[in-house]
Design a protein around this ligand. Structure first.
Ligand code: ZN
Length: 296
């Protein structure tokens, strides 16, 4: 933590200690693309200072991996100081209105609710360029693909893929320094489905930069996928057996490594979806069912 790690010649990661959030930079000859902006204006200011010191180039585009506070509450300050366009999933604005703005307003009215947050001067800024389907940004010879996902870790996940360098910047759909977190807008069944689809496009030598933690490989992503699949299957089985939410939560607390908060969130959201008549299938094991993608 505390320094830029060169993932490749043009791609850099820096981990910031407040919640070990990953900030990623794709460096061009005359400008940089910044992925995520930190969790407050103060963090965005610190980040911009670090960017200027390391790269000395203007920020020409900002990309949000998703709408959770630690990845995008620095948007407004970063745009104020760089005037860069912001690319993000088209549902970020909706997510802000449903989850982040109420939480922010409550904290601003009573900072003691979350005293560790520096949110007194946060203004939420939605992407200026909402992404509805696969889009491409070009930076010198680098092709930067933006892939908005169906609801997964949140309803707003957007994966950044660099096809020439085989690098995936995936936000919180994968975490290395902690277990994946079910929180605002998480989809208990959609998450493993979306990740399984991505894993099918990865090859063994790919580099995957998670939202929290160091660079991982496809094998690590498959292990995490299996945890998410297990959670989805357990929730579905509890529903089929007629168990209450609290019974499923108690059972999962004994047999999974997830935190109590994550389990409660996953079960509550899973039961809500199932009670709305949604089908939830148990997925097959990715270790046997997912072939490597090919690069040709
Ligand atoms: Zn998140």
């Amino acid at each position: 933590m505390g320094h830029w790690v060169a993932v490749t010649k043009h791609v850099f990661q820096r981990r910031y200690s407040s919640v070990d959030v990953s900030i990623v930079v794709i460096a061009g000859s005359t400008g940089i693309v910044l992925i995520d902006t930190g969790g407050s204006p103060a963090e965005a200011d610190e980040l911009l200072g670090d960017l200027n010191e390391q790269f000395g180039l203007p920020v020409v585009a900002i990309i949000n991996t998703h709408a959770h506070y630690d990845h995008c509450f620095g948007n407004h300050r970063m745009v104020e100081r760089t005037a860069a366009p912001v690319y993000g999933h088209h549902l970020v604005g909706e997510h802000f209105r449903q989850y982040e703005q109420p939480r922010l307003s409550a904290q601003q009215a009573n900072p003691l609710l979350e005293p560790e947050m520096q949110w007194d001067n946060v203004h939420l800024l939605e992407p200026t360029h909402p992404v509805h389907k696969r889009a491409v940004i070009e930076l010198d010879d680098n092709c930067i693909e933006l892939l908005p996902l169906a609801p997964a870790h949140s309803s707003t996940n957007l994966v950044v893929f660099l096809p020439q360098q085989r690098i995936w910047i995936v936000g919180d759909i994968v975490e290395e320094s902690a277990l994946p977190m079910y929180s605002a807008g998480s989809d208990t069944f959609g998450w493993p489905a979306a990740l399984e689809s991505l894993v099918g496009s990865m090859i063994d030598d790919d580099l995957i930069i998670p939202g929290h933690g160091s660079v991982v490989d496809r094998g690590f992503v498959i292990q995490q996928l299996e945890l998410l699949q297990h959670m989805a299957c357990s929730v579905r089985q509890g529903w089929i057996q007629g168990l209450s939410e609290s019974e499923v939560i108690r059972g999962l607390t004994k047999k999974t490594p997830f935190s109590q908060t994550a389990i409660e969130s996953a079960v509550t959201q899973g039961y809500k979806h199932l009670s709305n008549g949604r089908r939830a299938t148990c997925l097959t094991s990715p270790t046997t069912s997912i072939p490597n993608a090919t690069t040709n």
